[in-house]
Design a protein around this ligand. Sequence first.
Ligand SMILES: [Zn+2]
Length: 487
Amino acid sequence: MPSISIPTALRQYAGNLDSIAVEGNTIGEALASLTGQFPDLKKHLYDGAGQLRSFVNIYVNDEDIRYQRQNDTPISDADDISIIPSIAGGVVTEDEIKTAALPDLSNEEVARYSRHLIMPEVGMEGQRRLKAASILLIGAGGLGSPLGLYLAAAGVGRLGIVDFDVVDESNLQRQIVHGTKDVGRPKLQSAKDRLSDINPHIQIDGYETALRSENALGIVRDYDIIIDGTDNFQTRYLANDASVLLGKPNVYGSIFRFDGQASVFYPKAGGPCYRCLYPEPPPPGLVPSCAEGGVLGILPGIIGVIQATEAIKLIIGQGEPLVGRLLLFDALKMKFRELKLRRNPDCPLCGDNPTIRELIDYDQFCGITPTKPQTEEKPGMRELTVTELKERLDRGDKLTIIDVREPHEWQIANLENYGAKLIPLGQVAQRLNEIDPGDEIVMQCKMGGRSAKACQVLDQAGYKNVWNLKGGITAWADQIDRSMPKY
Ligand SMILES: [Zn+2]
């Protein structure tokens, strides 16, 4: 029987399996067999009209079924079938590198870069190209850290960094450009200090702002190469669109738990863009972010260094870039795979008849309404603050607290002392028999997002007396019990 590889983000809907044996002679039959075994997967793979969702790609071996016979694509037992969802990470032509105006290297620089200079693939010309080059890093976080460190060390003449965040303790597990002494400092300042220490010969320009439709073209225009180190879909589509509109290569990387992806989007060199791969973002909340789902600290190191390698190859004009190829990395299996990517002639951005000619509203495109949190829009959603909850518990009110996080999160911190019961969000619908509709119920998670979804499940099941705990256990740790660990 053929089997289908399930990506990490969807395994929770597939019995936590990474590969599932299916029946069928075509992709359509195999997917029907898969969703027959795991009905929860269906709504994640298909839209209401029964069409495969646009942020889900199906590959047979290294080919996208969209470019084969779609659902009728034949399969055999020997084929590798994979579901590749989007995961909330050519060569530069001569005129772009301005060969004529390549700067000279000082004696100090010659000494510093000697291990580059003695390789014929780099040599003096390659190193001078690196010195002449400019790279924009979007984000000084998990991917931005190894990117910044290695690109600075390699002697890329000008690095731009866009970041407006502050170093938090929970960043240090992977964001290795920052140190413990930097907690509380702007990431931009911390990164600048570290990178100038590694290489005082380079220029570092900081942009302490979020990349937005209003400022993106102005910032991106100034650089030869854009490197996408973002952790959200709005900035990812914005970085893609700005790079394509300005004809710049966009070195892409993304990470989630143990899985990573990397590619180079460069339609000018004949390759696809991010929109060719994923025409639309997943709806908010469907694909968990690293803040919700976690990430192995080493993973951004691996993917970031791959991105840095691609950027350097583009600048020195050596090797085969990842244009038209999507590299997949699975740290648990320690396996790399490669999929072919094609430019979509119907792509609204880089296709033959583009309809996107300027930057759009990316919050709207990604279904985000920043001013109003989702929970406030849901009619009937009642919220309780942690202070109110504590007061009522102290008064002796009988409240049933349902914690909808995962067991490993419960182990870090929980409200068991107040009778909290653990039912992970994905199991709430099946375990309603454990929640008494006669009780007054408080749903709780880490920050209040998942518990809001759980409230909707209860609402639909007819429960009347349900509260959502605003800010979740994080707010409890901040405001009620400062001795509680935060994560
Ligand atoms: Zn495209």
